[in-house]
Design a protein around this ligand. Sequence first.
Ligand SMILES: C[S@@+](CC[C@H](N)C(=O)[O-])C[C@H]1O[C@@H](n2cnc3c(N)ncnc32)[C@H](O)[C@@H]1O
Length: 319
Amino acid sequence: MLADYFGVLGFHALVAGARLGIFDALDSAPATPEGLALSLGLDHHGTDVLLRGLAGLGYVRSRRGVYRLTRASRLWLVSSSPSCLVEGLAFWERSACVYWPALEKAVRDGGPPVPFYTLTEDDPELSRSFQTWTAAVARRQAPATAAAIPVGRDARHMLDLGGSHAIYSLELLRLHPGLHATVVDLPQALESAQEHPRLRLHAGSFLDDELGEGYDVVLLFNIVHGLDDDQTARLLAKVALALNPGGTIVIGDQFRGPAPGRASRTLVDLLDLNYLVTIGGRIRPYREIVRLLRESGFIEPRHRRPLRSPATELAIATR
Ligand SMILES: C[S@@+](CC[C@H](N)C(=O)[O-])C[C@H]1O[C@@H](n2cnc3c(N)ncnc32)[C@H](O)[C@@H]1O
């Protein structure tokens, strides 16, 4: 219990360490508190206390008064690392301070008064920090995930619904040189998308707009957890129309159920609460996803776990 009671203090220590440049500085060279304070223009005592706190939390370690990064910090907290999550901290800070205080109300009412993706479209800064966070996760997960997606040799067109940064599409384009991709997302989200000669960006709503037709593969990555059953059924019906016969739908998401270890299960449950409080969404068990897929006419559902974590699992089915 104490870890949660005081957890918010650890979170702010992490944010301060990142914003003050401590992780980047220690990546360049191990340092004493005094040396670090001098090079970053910080108070010596403050730096000393913060470093001790960060050491207790496992972000840095010290030997004979010299601090260096732990392996995890070098991976997640250094701005030159492709997996850096620091920019996403702004999103979690805002989530924790602005949205999560409404948790009691969301538990009573079943969701937030204004869904998150309405807020992001009106707030470029919030959208950017959110997309930075999802992109950092996607960059780590895309190689193994894309390799687990069956794309036929004749496949030409892929649709990535809510694909924003387009990282999953780009990885599939890399693996399949004959493939072209269309990413559909809301206008602000697409600001974070990278360009590619075989990638088309379409600003619009996958719920309200026509999706077109003639696709061989449709991706729904981290989308279904934000939709209720009616919206999901409507979307899956549209996807069925957009896919060629024999085409493939891939739902990448968290699925509720057995997860390897208590920490993973807790993470999935806390994400489920996060979806409740921010978008009125939910994490479903795989069998519910299969039911929704079958009701929309999809066949041969199969479950894939290309990553070791339950952060993204795949439900793949055929039209
Ligand atoms: C959790 S993010 C997932 C981004 C990406 N697919 C991934 O897995 O990293 C959900 C995305 O869906 C987009 N989105 C939500 N509602 C949408 C809608 N009605 N039409 C199009 N995009 C939508 C959001 O803007 C956001 O980029």
